[in-house]
Design a protein around this ligand. Sequence first.
Ligand code: ATP
Ligand code: ATP
Ligand code: CA
Length: 218
Amino acid sequence: MKKEFAVIGLGRFGGSICRELSREGMEVLALDLDEDKVNEYRDIASHAVIADSTDENALKELGFRNIDHVIVAIGDNIQASMLTTLILKEMGIKMITVKAQNDYHEKILNKIGADQVVHPERDMGKRIAHNIISNNILDYIELSDDHSVVEVKAGSKMSGRTLVDLDIRAEYGCNVVAIKREKDVIVSPMATEEIRESDVLIVIGADKDISRFEKNLV
Ligand code: ATP
Ligand code: ATP
Ligand code: CA
């Protein structure tokens, strides 16, 4: 059976999720309090409805119980976001993803039982900051509070040298898990692999170690 999704809150973030899921051919119920927002998604989502997600009966009547994954993308109204999450949880929704506005909101959502809490502004801010530090840092993904994966262009500092020459693990405590070279991906590269200037390295490690690696080699 095809998975059914619902997106609550059709602001920029929720709207973008709704568009992308629909574009991928998914069944999506789009919901917002605001009539104009809902009208905007009538031709995009499978269903688009005007409703208040803090109204438990409204969600029940809309058949939310049968939805597999609900995305709560209510922006500034933190109270509505928390209450909606709580109601969905109590209804037994198997997968609830919620957009958090701040760390405090995130903490409460985790306590309420949100299955996934996302923080797009904060995370995108971090990724862009690393890219601003160096144009060679292409991407930055947080694994936990203190571990990350970075994608870096090798550039001139690493070009022509091997992982042993650079002694990356011993010196920086980071591991190069893969090297992207044109269309190829060299997974678990040998210590003797010679790095080329246009290579892209996927590096994993503790934030403090990655930070030293970025400062010295990127
Ligand atoms: P974003 O921050 O994701 O770019 P935004 O800043 O436009 O979007 P908001 O306008 O704060 O986000 O909220 C997102 C949407 O959530 C709005 O369209 C709003 O009408 C809707 N919304 C707020 N409360 C409720 C609710 N109780 N039930 C349904 N929709 C709601
Ligand atoms: P280690 O004691 O660090 O596990 P090793 O004795 O297994 O290293 P090699 O695998 O030959 O020796 O690697 C020598 C050095 O080259 C390592 O200490 C490390 O600094 C660096 N190195 C090798 N492979 C990688 C990698 N994938 N990522 C980061 N550094 C590497
Ligand atoms: Ca916003």
